[in-house]
Design a binder for this molecule. Sequence first.
Ligand code: C2E
Ligand code: MG
Ligand code: MG
Ligand code: MG
Length: 272
Amino acid sequence: QAKGAGRNTLRFFDPAMQAAASERADMEADLRRALQEEQFTLHYQPVVDHAGMVTGVEALLRWLHPAKGMVSPAEFIPVAEQTGLILSLGQWVLEAACAQLVAWNDNPQTQKLSIAVNVSARQFRHPDFSTHILDLLRTSGANPYRLKLELTESLLLTDFEEAVIKMGELRSIGVSFSLDDFGTGYSSLAYLKRLPLDQLKIDQSFVRDVLTDPNDAAIAKTILNLANSLDLGVVAEGVETAGQRDFLLREGCRAFQGYFFGRPVPVEMLHL
Ligand code: C2E
Ligand code: MG
Ligand code: MG
Ligand code: MG
């Protein structure tokens, strides 16, 4: 459309792009305010073992926007990441998770539970990432063995050597690492072997149709075999039915997460 305007003509704006940019700017301002006004909260989704016992939870960030209601992390995490706000937001999540671990110390029913926290690329790449976590563990008194950090493949593949060092520092004091959404990225087996990981999380996109799509079934089995040969744990994500659970159990999966076992809920609504 604007082509006919000639090559030296300034094009002012594309209304759609303008709208997207201003929406992002609005969200950025809203996110800043949300941090100050404590509009964030963590929901927790159970992770269960082969027998259905809850062994831990994944912390999932929720934003209760004063006007829009609940906003999905899929919408605001990317904006927080682009604007750098993810650094304070991520720190808030880690603090809240550590405080929860400490609050669970008093009760024999909860004192062994682990909490898995999602870490974004920008947060992990910050040069002081491991130092921040070490400080936080020390000041909060949370047990590092009960903190799991979830990273994604793309995050690890940029600055691979740096990632290995950071993970090593944190693992040496007991923090463990999961590779989230496994199977959706591009990790080669050579990389996987060299990463100091504790477990893989089978992405929910493979679990969804595991009973009806032979390709998904083959991928799920391959991930389970791979994890077994590399001596890694596996959690299947997005398990919604007993059928999916049974299939994965037969194939050797020993940890599960999904609506079949429980949705992410505020801490007081967790069934343990
Ligand atoms: P994720 O880490 O892969 O988390 C799993 C997502 O799957 C969650 O979506 C969870 O609610 C959803 N889920 C769990 N079980 C089922 C199921 O059985 N069926 C279906 N269809 N979905 C299920 P949620 O809470 O909307 O979070 C989306 C993504 O946002 C997360 O994916 C994670 O990448 C990111 N995220 C959430 N909290 C945080 C956070 O504190 N920090 C960072 N950096 N990212 C976060
Ligand atoms: Mg996760
Ligand atoms: Mg995932
Ligand atoms: Mg995901």
